[in-house]
Design a protein around this ligand. Structure first.
Ligand code: GTB
Length: 217
C-alpha cells in the first residue's frame, strides 16, 4: 500500500531539516519503505481537506490505505511496529525503546520548543532578557540528565532504535543554539544519528523540496 506523508511546501527553515516531516522520512528510510510526499502550503493546512487528516492543521500527516495518522510520535511508532529495524524483538528492550520515544517528545522536546519561542518570537518583549536565561537553563538541565544517562554509549539503550531516532530529531533543533556544544557526548550522539545513511537520504529529500534541487542519493 502506498504511504503518503505531508510536508511544508516551503519550510521556514529553508531546508535545515528541522520541520517534523524529516523524522518521519527518516523512519521510513530506516525500514526501507518507499513513500510519497504531498506538499501543503500554510493556507492549505487550515483548509477542511487537511483538517480532516490533522485536527490541528499541521504537518506531517501519514496516510496508508484507509489509515490516516498525525503526531510524529504516533507515526514513527506505527512505522516501527509494522516494519523491522526500529524496535528490538526482546519485549523489555522494546518497551524501553518506546519509553525513549516518549521521553524525547514529552520530556526533552518541550523546553527546546520553549527556547525556540523565546528566541525567535519573544525577542522584542521587555521581559525577554530576564526570561531567556531561565529558559536556557531548563534546556541545560534536561541535557545534563540526558548526557549523564547516555554516558559514553553510542545509543540510549543498546542498538539504535526509534527512541534514538526521536531523541536525535529533537536535539537537532538545538544545533545552532550553542548549548549542545557544552555536552560533548550529546554532540557525538547527534553526529552518529546524522551519519546514518537513512538520515542522509531523509535530509536530502527534504532539502530538495526546499531548494528545488534534485536529490543526489
Ligand atoms: N506534535 C506535533 C508532531 O510531533 O507531529 C507537532 C507538529 C508541528 O509542530 N508541525 C509544525 C506545523 O505544521 C511543523 S514542524 N506548523 C504549522 C502550524 O502549526 O500552522 C515544527 C517546525 C516548523 C518550522 C521549523 N523551522 O522552520 O525551523 C521547525 C519546526
Amino acid at each position: 500500500m502506498t504511504i503518503t506523508i505531508t510536508a511544508f511546501e516551503r519550510s521556514p527553515d529553508g531546508g535545515k531539516g528541522l520541520a517534523r516531516d524529516t523524522r518521519v522520512r527518516w523512519a521510513l528510510e530506516e525500514v526501507g519503505q518507499p513513500y510519497k510526499v504531498r506538499l501543503v502550503s500554510f493556507h492549505a493546512m487550515k483548509e477542511p481537506a487537511h483538517l480532516a487528516l490533522h485536527p490541528f492543521g499541521q504537518i506531517p500527516t501519514y496516510e496508508e490505505g484507509d489509515l490516516a495518522l498525525f503526531e510524529t510520535g504516533a507515526i514513527v511508532f506505527h512505522i516501527a511496529e509494522r516494519h523491522a529495524g526500529l524496535l528490538p524483538d526482546d519485549a523489555n528492550a522494546r518497551a524501553r525503546a518506546i519509553t525513549w520515544m516518549f521521553a524525547a517528545v514529552n520530556t526533552v522536546e518541550p523546553p527546546i520548543i520553549e527556547l525556540g519561542t523565546a528566541r525567535l518570537l519573544e525577542g522584542d518583549k521587555p521581559w525577554n532578557k530576564e526570561r531567556l536565561p531561565l529558559v536556557e537553563d531548563r534546556v541545560r538541565g534536561r541535557l545534563h540528565q540526558l548526557s549523564a544517562r547516555l554516558s559514553d554509549a553510542d545509543w540510549l539503550d543498546g542498538a539504535f532504535s526509534a527512541g534514538d531516532l526521536m531523541m536525535v530529531s529533537v536535539l537537532l533543533r538545538l544545533k545552532s543554539s550553542g548549548i549542545l556544544d557544552e555536552f560533548s557526548n550529546l554532540t557525538a550522539y547527534l553526529a552518529r544519528g546524522e551519519a546514518r545513511p537513512a538520515y542522509k537520504r531523509a535530509f536530502a529529500a527534504q532539502l530538495a523540496v526546499n531548494t528545488g534541487k534534485p536529490t543526489t542519493e
